[in-house]
Design a protein around this ligand. Structure first.
Ligand SMILES: Cc1ncc(C[n+]2csc(CCOP(=O)(O)OP(=O)(O)O)c2C)c(N)n1
Ligand SMILES: [Mg+2]
Length: 632
């Protein structure tokens, strides 16, 4: 029995009953400037603690300290980066990371950025994102990233320090026991994770780590937290029972009967000439279902609409691709959705913007087949006629096989309008238009690039005007939606994908909140490109104020000379006031291999494409006016 003060699974996480599998152990991996060998898979050897200590660089016969054991355990499951902040409680972890030749320790300027980077590291991989912080204020700075991992299903481990147990209640520096009016970090971190663990005995270290990491990956992935009391980091505290981590997470797959029923529904619809569409979201990208989705829509000639985050799962120029279905999406996608009789929603949680503020009539007279890895998502916003609780890739594979036996050759479907081909850009001034900026980013984005938007109107410009090719990815800031999440998270993405171009299209408000991590990028030579949509305002908030109150206030601000700032940090810095200037700067940034900031000075006189209703802009405005009149 582990001596854990708090350890709670949440709704939607299941205790795995699968047999223990051997962990995959990768060979020595990249770490700044050191010798690297990558990826050789070997069997989990379960070394004795003395062997482990020897492997960890400590003298033979010595044992592992608590953070050395944690680092060694994480090395064994292929973690190659850990992001965190400095502190006395984290000091041992910083030393252990520095000694590791597999995990690169990245100290951020603010721990919040570390938590976002851990999310970025996990975003498109099947790897654990790791962040850490010292006790108290450092740990509290991790909340935003953990909340993002919680809502966007990233497997993330946060390791934090905790004041010495023997001093609990005395109010020692950074104490967060909840006693005697100290803040209660266990309660707070438990509320923001799938499970939070306090290690009270050093010999529980590996068991707790193993349990936490398995919980992070189990079912719908998410964040977990381990906190290490200061007294366990003292010199006399050693782990005598080190063992490697055994990963048990089993894939989530739907029942054969469920697949059969869903396939029959689609087969009958196709037979009777009813319109079937696929509505695909980020869950399908997380599960690497690109091939399965394309094979499915091509074989059965099913038009594809995506959410903003499902964008690009199949090339947006594919003849069956109809665009983005969201309030800032494409009219062609709204039309295809309106006309559909059956909607196969895959890896999609029906969030507010993807449902036009939970539009009541969205599924009236439609059959909804909903595939999601989490049963919590089923029926949450809209009642599903068929629910498949499954990993998206597994479900698409199984649905294909089942449907293939029921459906013969299908005549090619011509989708009605891909309106982003003729998206007009009204020009009121000569200055750089954000739509044109987004188009240029999309046009110049190299194959395999990852484009991240942050929170704000700029995300809508990018979602609407960028066209992705297969192999490229786009991500908006998710359901928790913190500003700075991707401005900082991009560094984690880049570390996980050193061979892919990573570009952030961020608002100036988002950049101002977090742009100091440019120094982290320079220090670690992480060549991310930040394109700042510089409109000197919180455009999204201004639009909201004007649309609801017909006035706006406190949303405008002045910006620094970002190019000069970037250069002062040792990065490349550019200013672009016209489209031509931007294209030159972006081309240079793409080829420079340096962290780069482009200050794109866009006009304020532009409003992104938006409709409050899938019936279109005019119908949406009428609906809004009606609603307002009804509520008066
Ligand atoms: C941490 C945090 N604070 C506040 C918000 C609310 N918020 C969402 S978008 C936004 C404005 C962002 O401004 P900017 O980065 O300039 O983007 P723009 O809308 O101008 O494109 C704000 C304040 C948030 N999502 N996260
Ligand atoms: Mg702005």
């Amino acid at each position: 029995m582990l001596n854990i003060l708090r350890c709670q699974g949440r709704r939607g996480t299941r205790t795995s009953v699968m047999p223990v599998q051997e962990a995959n152990v990768t060979g020595p991996a990249s770490k700044g400037g050191r010798d690297r060998q990558r990826g050789a898979m070997r069997r989990c050897l379960m070394p004795t603690s003395q062997e482990a200590a020897a492997q960890c660089g400590r003298k033979r016969g010595s044992l592992l300290k608590v953070y050395e054991a944690i680092v060694k355990g994480l090395e064994g499951i292929g973690v190659e980066a850990a992001f965190g902040g400095a502190g006395e409680n984290a000091a041992g972890l910083m030393l252990a990371l520095d000694k590791s030749d597999r995990i690169r320790g990245i100290i951020t300027r603010n721990e919040q950025a570390a938590s976002f980077m851990a999310c970025g590291y996990a975003m498109y991989t099947d790897k654990l994102g790791v962040c850490f912080a010292t006790a108290g204020p450092g740990a509290f700075n991790l909340f935003s990233g953990l909340a993002m991992a919680m809502s966007d299903s990233y497997p993330v481990l946060a390791v934090s320090g905790y004041a010495a147990m023997e001093w609990r209640g005395r109010g020692s520096l950074n104490e967060t026991s909840g006693l005697n009016r100290t803040p209660n970090s266990l309660a707070m971190l438990e509320a923001t994770t799938k499970g939070s663990f306090l290690i009270t005995r050093i010999q529980d270290t590996c068991d707790v780590l193993e349990q936490a990491v398995n919980l992070a990956f189990d079912g719908r992935p998410g964040p977990v937290h381990i906190t290490v009391p200061f007294n366990l980091t003292h010199r006399d505290q050693e782990v005598e029972n080190y063992h490697d981590l055994r990963l048990r997470a089993a894939p989530v797959t739907a029942s054969a009967a469920g697949i059969e029923r869903a396939a029959s529904t689609i087969a009958q619809a196709l037979e009777h000439g009813r319109k079937v569409i696929a509505l695909v979201g980020f869950g399908a990208i997380r599960s690497h279902a690109e091939f399965e989705v394309r094979r499915f829509i091509e074989r059965f000639q099913i038009p594809l609409v995506t959410t903003l985050d499902g964008k690009g799962i199949v090339s947006e120029s594919h003849p069956l691709c109809v665009g983005v279905f969201s309030d800032s999406g494409h009219a062609s996608a709204w039309k295809a959705f309106r006309e559909a009789d059956v909607v196969l929603a895959v890896g999609n949680a029906f969030n507010q913007h993807a449902t036009f503020n939970y539009h009541e009539d969205l599924f009236t007279d439609k059959t909804l087949i909903h595939v999601n890895i989490s049963d919590i998502e089923i029926d949450k916003a809209y009642k599903a006629d068929h629910a498949l609780v499954s990993d998206a890739r597994a479900a698409m594979d199984a649905l294909y096989a089942a449907l293939d036996t029921k459906v013969g050759p299908v005549r090619p479907v011509v989708v009605d309008g891909q309106d982003w081909e003729k998206r007009p850009i009204p020009r009121l001034t000569d200055s750089l238009h954000p739509g044109q900026l987004a188009q240029a980013i999309g046009r110049m984005l190299p194959p395999g690039a990852i484009l991240l938007a942050d929170a704000g109107a700029h995300a809508a410009w990018l979602g609407y005007y960028v066209d992705l090719d297969e192999g490229q990815h786009f991500r908006k800031p998710g359901e928790f939606g913190p500003m700075a999440g991707h401005t900082n998270g991009a560094l984690g993405v880049k570390l996980a994908h050193p061979d892919r171009t990573v570009v952030v299209g961020c608002g100036d408000g988002c950049y101002n909140m977090s742009g100091f991590e440019l120094m982290t990028a320079v220090e670690h030579n992480l060549p991310v490109i930040w394109v700042i949509f510089d409109d000197r305002e919180f455009k999204l908030i201004k639009m909201y104020q004007i649309s609801t109150e017909l006035e706006s206030a406190l949303v405008e601000f002045e910006n620094p000379n970002y190019a000069a700032y970037a250069q002062a940090c040792g990065a490349a810095g550019y200013t672009a006031e016209t489209l031509e200037e931007f294209e030159i700067c972006f081309a240079e940034a793409l080829s420079s291999g340096r962290p780069s900031v482009i200050d794109a000075r866009i006009t304020r006189w532009a409003i992104p494409h938006y409709s409050p209703s899938p019936d279109g802009v005019i119908a949406g405005i009428v609906e809004m006016v009606e609603k307002r009149l009804r509520s008066q």
